[in-house]
Design a protein around this ligand. Structure first.
Ligand code: SAH
Ligand code: SF4
Length: 340
């Protein structure tokens, strides 16, 4: 039984299926989503025989913290060890008025972008809905969470059903109660699922990892572009924006010599204007065994100025947690390489 992956309704049904009153299921749901609940015995009101049965099935938490790194800027990166031994990273990013959690949706990633540590060894498996949602609860324990971004390891739209279910679990009123508008799903571009997201969860923000607005450049750095070239993804985004009024985000990792010419800036601005999207420029965070160079501050400034002049609405993302391997997949890779 995946308790963290079950809605209150599902736990009520589970309880009655075992001959218990439905409210036992509700009690379990209410209890396990209390931020302080780390063990079954912290769930209040359970009769002793049920508690013993639950403890016999296994520990309450689907993961334990294997490593924790705290940055001088307050960013905390946790590496969670899942029941089967797999590792998932989640990052807590506190600011004055927000507490954002960056969650992983898969162990590793099949896309294999050339700048990203998550894809270096392919994908190991999908995370379950409970394993995704639990990452938020994990960080909620030290501060209430306000926002969740699917920008950790994995391509969320390749694990679509579990991602949607995790969003719904986190939104449950008697659980954490996070409204849909608190979520951002970031994708490297899966047309069919972009369209589906518009129908299923129109309140969630969509972020598209563009990184280059021409096929020639993009196919080199985002291999998925060879399967679904830009036109196909942009068509899906057109359909998406016909249904959804929320502003979308374009992510653009600044890769030194590879995607920062004046032409690149102009094409980026063209896509941003077409969708009235906001652009996040993300200076490349150097990752072992990737071929790219981090651009200088002057190059970053120049590219931002040029793209703005072509009409892009953009921000340069401040680097958080630079001292703690905060780029997605870096910490897991380091720990796995060390064989620990
Ligand atoms: N797979 C999805 C979501 C996870 S990646 C996607 O690609 O959108 C989330 C973001 O992290 C992406 O925009 C990606 O470009 C960025 N990222 C990955 N590795 C990075 C690195 N080394 N430096 C800077 N940003 C990185
Ligand atoms: Fe996968 Fe996103 Fe990393 Fe690309 S950037 S390899 S899609 S996690």
């Amino acid at each position: 039984m995946d308790f963290y992956g079950s809605t209150a309704d599902e736990l009520r049904t589970w309880a009655t299926g075992l001959g218990m009153p439905a409210f036992r299921g509700q009690q379990i749901f209410d209890g396990i989503w209390q931020p302080h609940a780390l063990t079954w015995s912290a769930v209040p009101g359970l009769p002793r025989d049920l508690l013993a049965r639950l403890e016999a099935v296994g520990p309450l938490a689907p993961a334990t913290e294997e490593r924790r790194q705290e940055s001088a800027d307050g960013t905390i990166k946790s590496l969670l060890r899942l029941r089967d031994g797999a590792l998932a990273e989640c990052v807590s990013i506190p600011t004055a008025d927000r507490h954002t959690i960056c969650v992983s949706s898969q162990v590793g990633c099949a896309v294999g972008c050339t700048f990203c540590a998550s894809g270096l060894n392919g994908v190991e498996r999908d995370l379950s809905a409970g394993e995704i949602a639990y990452q938020v609860l994990h960080h909620w324990r030290h501060r209430q969470v306000t926002n969740v971004v699917f920008m950790g390891s994995g391509e969320p739209l390749f694990n679509y059903d579990n991602v949607i279910k995790a969003i719904r679990l986190l939104g449950e009123e008697r659980g954490l109660g996070l409204g849909r508008r608190r979520f951002t799903v970031s994708t490297s571009g899966v047309p069919k699922r972009i369209r589906q997201l518009a129908d299923d969860e129109p309140q969630v923000t969509l972020a598209f990892s563009l990184h280059a607005a021409d096929d020639q450049t993009r196919s080199k750095i985002v291999p998925l572009n060879r399967r679904w070239p830009l036109d196909e993804v942009l068509d899906a985004m057109q359909d998406y924006s016909a249904k959804v009024s929320r502003r979308m985000t374009l992510e653009y990792v600044l890769l030194g010599d590879d995607n920062m010419t004046v032409d690149h800036a102009e094409r980026l601005a063209g896509v941003a204007q077409r969708f009235n999207a906001h652009v996040n420029l993300i200076p490349f965070n150097p990752v072992f065994a990737t071929p790219h160079r981090r651009p200088s501050e002057a190059e970053i400034e120049e590219f931002a100025r040029t793209a703005r002049a072509f009409g892009a609405n953009l921000t340069v993302r401040g680097q958080r947690g630079a001292d703690i391997d905060a780029a997605c997949g870096q910490l897991r890779k380091r720990v796995e390489d060390a064989g620990s």
